[in-house]
Write a protein of this length. Structure first.
Length: 85
């Protein structure tokens, strides 16, 4: 039995790593990109889409009951002899 909140913690860790890598990408694009309107539009589009995806996932995760547990093996782990017949 794995508590679901561990998956939420893992999601936060991956989200932090994604945020760090996104900041590096945006700084690289702004520093070494061509200083034109297309660079700014592309950067703002990237930031907007990333923000919308994270907010959308956040709303989905709000509706989850994080006190539940996940049983990976299902009914097999409770009575393995029933499947051996």
């Amino acid at each position: 039995m794995i508590p679901l909140y561990l998956f939420l913690l893992a999601w936060f860790v991956f989200l932090g790593f994604y945020g760090l890598m996104s900041l590096v990408s945006v700084f690289q694009l702004m520093r070494y990109g061509i200083a034109q309107t297309g660079t700014w539009v592309t950067t703002m589009l990237f930031c907007t889409v990333a923000l919308l995806v994270v907010i959308g996932a956040g709303f989905f995760l709000l509706s989850t009951d994080w006190n539940q547990s996940l049983n990976i093996l299902g009914a097999f782990s409770s009575n393995p002899t029933t499947y051996l017949q």
